[in-house]
Design a binder for this molecule. Sequence first.
Ligand code: LMR
Length: 396
Amino acid sequence: LFAAVEMAPRDPILGLNEAFNAEKNPAKVNLGVGVYFGDDGKIPLLAAVKAAEKARLEAQPPRGYQPIEGTPAYNGAVQNLMFGKDSELLAAGRAVTCQCLGGTGALKVGADYLKRLLPDASVYISDPSWENHRALFEGAGFPVKEYAYYDAATRGVNFAGMKAALAAMPAKSIVVLHACCHNPTGADLTVAQWKEVVAAIKERNLVAFIDMAYQGFADGIKEDAAALDLFAASGLQFFVSSSFSKSFSLYGERVGALTIVTDSKDESARVLSQVKRVIRTNYSNPPTHGGAVVAAVLSSPELRQMWEDELGGMRDRIRAMRTSLVANLKAEGAPNFDFINVQRGMFSYTGLTAAQVEKMRADYGIYAVGTGRICVAALNTKNIGYVAKAIAAVLK
Ligand code: LMR
């Protein structure tokens, strides 16, 4: 049965963790996976999460099955966070939300449902995009193509190219967009550009699938949902995958959500019934703990404030690391890296080649994604000098 099975390549991101764990260099640094570490080099357990977990442990709730789509408390909290609690779209019952296994799980449920709805469509992802987007949509049976996005020369968005690509897409194509903190480039659209994207999607009759894994990591919770506000106001139907892995530092709990915006309450009920079939035949219903913790934090004014402060702290620390990396690189005599201060979110697309990334790994035990993406949120006051020295050295 297995004699002819070939070894699959390592995952380009999570596979780095496996290699990093086996790395012998005592000075090793993992800038591969998108995980936030504190200045102490550890993944934080947020105080708001700790408080909600303590209360939950004391309440000793039974561990029955959750509803297929997750609980109303969690799904409602997700919707309020994305669209604001006074949203007209929500009041009209136009949004359907299902708790899913992280942002990846939400993308997969959405992709499987879309395959039933639009079996002949193509999916368009940004060039470049998160490594898993292509594999995930291809795995769901779609041909995956790219639209122009990043301009290596300006280190910004090639917006003219993106608009031209949107204008050439066949009707009913699925367009995967990054709401904020574009992964891997850190180059985001401005609000004015988002307006044009929404208009193009409407005009071409495309289906937007918005991936929002980093809400709160660029400018703030509300600010980072600006694209969603525009989509909500447009009257379009669209998909959103969202995640609390990063914003709640709950990576391993797999807490995410798929939200689908329809035309009406009646449509929402029918769509939900179909998405539930996708979930039921996949993993039946979501796990309890992470979603319950997030719902408890978001529904308590006190814990929510605590969480927002902690999220703000993570955002500020990432910014400080950006500034410090640029200064350290300057001190090491590296070429100009000022663009790192302009990029947003956890990542920096450094421009390092695959060969330079490999040299950093071999000579310094520093791990980055082969495309040159580094996770700025893994830098700290102790490793930043070492990382800057390594980058400057491999560039020589
Ligand atoms: C990343 O891009 O590193 C994160 O989103 C983690 C992942 O699942 O790839």
